[in-house]
Design a protein around this ligand. Sequence first.
Ligand SMILES: NC(=O)c1ccc[n+]([C@@H]2O[C@H](COP(=O)([O-])OP(=O)(O)OC[C@H]3O[C@@H](n4cnc5c(N)ncnc54)[C@H](O)[C@@H]3O)[C@@H](O)[C@H]2O)c1
Length: 355
Amino acid sequence: MSEQAVAQQAVDKAVRFLYLSQEDCIKAGGLDMRGTLEIIEKSFTLHGRKDIVQPMKPVIRWGGPETEETRGRIMTMPSYLGGDLDVAGVKWIPSMPQNPQKYGQPRASAVIILADPNNGFPLAVMDGTIVSAMRTGAATGVAAKYLARPDSSVVGVIGAGVQSRTQIMAINGVFQNQLKQVKVYDLNEEKTKKFADEMSRELNLDVVPVESAEAAIRDSDIVVTATMSTFPYVKGEWLKEGAFHSEISFWDTAPEELVNYNKIVVDDFEQVSHHGVDVSYRAVRDGFISEGDIHELGKIIIGEQAGRSHEQEKILFNPIGMSIHDVSEAYRVYQNAVKLGIGQKLSLWEQAYWT
Ligand SMILES: NC(=O)c1ccc[n+]([C@@H]2O[C@H](COP(=O)([O-])OP(=O)(O)OC[C@H]3O[C@@H](n4cnc5c(N)ncnc54)[C@H](O)[C@@H]3O)[C@@H](O)[C@H]2O)c1
């Protein structure tokens, strides 16, 4: 074999992947909520059709489920999506509640690996922090598209943290030019004011701080609870007739309050039950509602289950968060990065040492 052929063979044996920092992800359209809403709706559809593989996620924690808001946790979330996506991946996501106060860093940080399911080799290793926040917002956005009243115009948000930003971006993306006001409440008054100012400017929306959770919830068409609360404070009676409530955090609403809703929708009840923190799981466990009362959004999207059936219906959406959303959103960003030549190519090996 000529020297050139040997060199060529070595090149062909190389396994390379793209490294994308958070800055790269943003350059590659990571903050494009329209794109995120599209891919998240698509992955909900694949979930409804069962064209996915999504094992239960292991959670490292230093106590029971109730310690996650105080001591923290690290989750590992793997999945594969079929259809024309045909991609596998995993998100590693620590949640450290003290990070904002202690280090001025976000509570959650994430790393995602995307892989080609045909040979298993990595396509990308990338920041998953933006991906994760964007997909969580989009899950609420897609749920609101199917479950909120189409004339929704007032939104109440509890929590002025990272997730609340993407929750508002996604709801605004679905109800374009229709939102009249977004009310925000957080235990931290100063943070609420800053959040309201920034979100008003960024989205050209009327985002105002309010003095209580009740004030944020009453008279709102759409309610989001996205906090690190360790105690329940939501009263079902505060919700107006026809309201849609997305509870993406875990302890805000007490299990007994779920009898006030006409419909409870989750992303994946097996995943919800496995993690054991969501109020929808605890309400079934404690006998306030039955498992038969629980709907899944993917099944609603493909028409297997009914969505909103009348204007007065109060609907709770209570997702635990699915790996397929992380992997599909990360793949969208990765594909943009490849097209735009963004990121750093790294080598896993130039030629495998053992074959
Ligand atoms: N279901 C999902 O898919 C999913 C995905 C991502 C995050 N989450 C959850 O969303 C929640 C918020 O995450 P984040 O990244 O925005 O956290 P964050 O730390 O950035 O913000 C949380 C905010 O909640 C506020 N808060 C705490 N208790 C409160 C209370 N009783 N009333 C009002 N405000 C209160 C804090 O002051 C803080 O500003 C977390 O519980 C996280 O686990 C869920």
